[in-house]
Ligand binder design. Structure first.
Ligand code: C2E
Ligand code: CA
Ligand code: CA
Length: 442
């Protein structure tokens, strides 16, 4: 086999492919490809590793060869093709101008479905799926080089891989904008922490019978130097993907411990504060040591902090979640199941997991006047929690009617804009001080 060919598939090596593609692009620019564009098709086989692990590498190799054979053999439109690495195959084809980009995407989509069927039959794996990203090079593009066009197609492939329904995605500029924004955020996070742009806000939790502040949830806020806020929904998913959420969560935990320690030192009233735990912590589990070190440093009683783990963490990763809950319990802190009911809640998990609080997701209270069906579900969940001796909390309480109804059915704690939005530490301190004054006067 020559040095320019991949031994397994017989396709070009990637470097060779780029050279050939560069030549095709030049031809197009010189007007030698009148009526045609170039389409880059970047495909990988989802669960290929699983096939290798289950059926052996020989079978994996055979599958790959067959895939290449089916897609390249007798393909008159093909300009060049290569195996980038492992099961990542890239191909450049010429695409007639009479077909739109979307037509072409639809065509590759149906081709993929056909190929999947053929390969599944032979390789007996129902999970086998092809994921494809496409980028189109046309003469309108200002000098598009080979490498960029492949990386655009690869980006579209990654998007396709995250989707359940679509196996084939066209690259577009917006995708690039999204990535640019992600890079902007991720490259600035550490500086933002250093510069003090992150602040911890506190949203009071109200005891249903006492109507007093009995706790708070710590929520991160990012205020840019121009005063504008970036909200968690905008940056948390991004820094979860990059893993930086761990650093940001630790920052929040430290601020909360510092705040509580300071109040205790000043002999002021203190209520327990809960902190959110991202799913990303389950990967490394350094969180337990970090929290332990905070307890050693700030010496605050364990019952003054709580941790919130979102429902999906428990469902997708029950073993690890259990380990985390047990580790936090061993330090004496409470743990809640956040966003209960937002996804596919598994009711039997509630009896299996040693959690202390369930926080009913705000979706249940989306209507200001509660619908009968929602009422039935909420009251059943609250009753179930009571019988399992788990504290119930409803979040997203926005109206007096909702709050009254929750009181009527015995929901113990309420949180929502009706009582207070998340507020800066100073304002929250006023909230707590007034709360205790009014109790003293009552
Ligand atoms: P979450 O943990 O479910 O937090 C509750 C969210 O509901 C907060 O949004 C809060 O401001 C909002 N909220 C509270 N009361 C009401 C209400 O009455 N009506 C409505 N419509 N919304 C209400 P926020 O602060 O924007 O946070 C969004 C999400 O970002 C949080 O959802 C949480 O998943 C995540 N998050 C926030 N701070 C942190 C953090 O420090 N660490 C981690 N890992 N995640 C965080
Ligand atoms: Ca929460
Ligand atoms: Ca929540």
């Amino acid at each position: 086999m020559s040095e320019t060919k991949d031994a397994l598939t017989g396709l070009d090596r990637y470097e060779e492919f780029l050279k050939k593609l560069e030549i095709e692009i030049e031809k197009m620019e010189k007007g030698e490809m009148e009526g045609y564009r170039i389409a880059i098709i970047y495909t990988d086989i989802k669960h290929f590793k699983y096939i290798n692990d289950t059926y052996g590498y020989q079978r994996g190799d055979a599958l790959l060869k067959e895939f290449v054979h089916l897609t390249t053999n007798g393909n008159d439109h093909m300009l060049c093709a290569a195996r980038v690495y492992s099961d990542n195959i890239v191909m450049a084809v010429c695409l007639e101008d009479k077909y739109s980009n979307n037509d072409f995407r639809d065509f590759i989509h149906s081709e993929n479905l056909r190929l999947e069927e053929a390969l599944r039959e032979k390789y007996l794996d129902r999970r086998l799926r092809l994921c494809t990203g496409i980028s189109i090079i046309s003469n309108d593009d200002r000098r598009m080089d080979a490498e960029t066009s492949v990386s655009n197609a690869n980006l579209a492939r990654k998007v396709a891989k995250e989707l359940d329904e679509e196996c084939c995605v066209l690259f577009d500029r917006q995708m690039m904008e999204g990535i640019k924004k992600e890079v902007e955020i991720t490259s600035y996070i550490s500086t933002a922490i250093e510069k003090g742009e992150f602040k911890v806000f506190y949203q009071p939790k109200i005891g249903t019978t006492s109507l007093k502040v009995i706790g708070a949830e710590a929520l991160i806020r990012w205020q840019k130097p121009d005063g504008k806020f970036v909200y968690p929904d905008e940056f948390i998913p991004v820094i979860e993907r990059s893993g930086q959420i761990v650093e940001v969560d630790y920052f929040v935990y430290r601020e909360v411990f510092k705040f509580i320690a300071q109040r205790l030192k000043e002999n002021k009233e203190v209520v327990p504060v809960s902190m959110n735990v991202s799913r990303v912590h389950l990967n490394k589990m350094g969180i337990l040591d970090y929290v332990k070190s905070l307890f050693e440093e700030y010496k605050i009683p364990a019952n003054l902090v709580e941790f919130e783990l979102t429902e999906s963490i428990y469902i997708n990763n029950t073993e690890k979640a259990l380990q985390l809950v047990e580790g936090l319990h061993a330090m004496g802190t409470k743990v809640s199941m956040d966003d209960f009911g937002s996804g596919y809640s598994s009711l039997n998990l509630l009896s299996k997991l040693p959690i202390d609080v369930i926080k009913l997701d705000k979706v249940f209270l989306k209507e200001h006047n509660l619908k009968e069906n929602d009422k039935i579900i909420i009251s059943c969940v609250i009753e179930m929690a009571r019988r399992l001796q788990i504290t119930s909390l409803c979040e997203g309480v926005e109206t007096l009617e909702q709050s009254d109804y929750l009181a009527q059915i015995g929901c113990e704690i309420q949180q929502g804009y009706y009582f207070s939005k998340p507020i800066p530490q100073r304002e929250f301190e006023v909230f707590v001080n007034e709360n205790y004054q009014s109790r003293a006067l009552a």
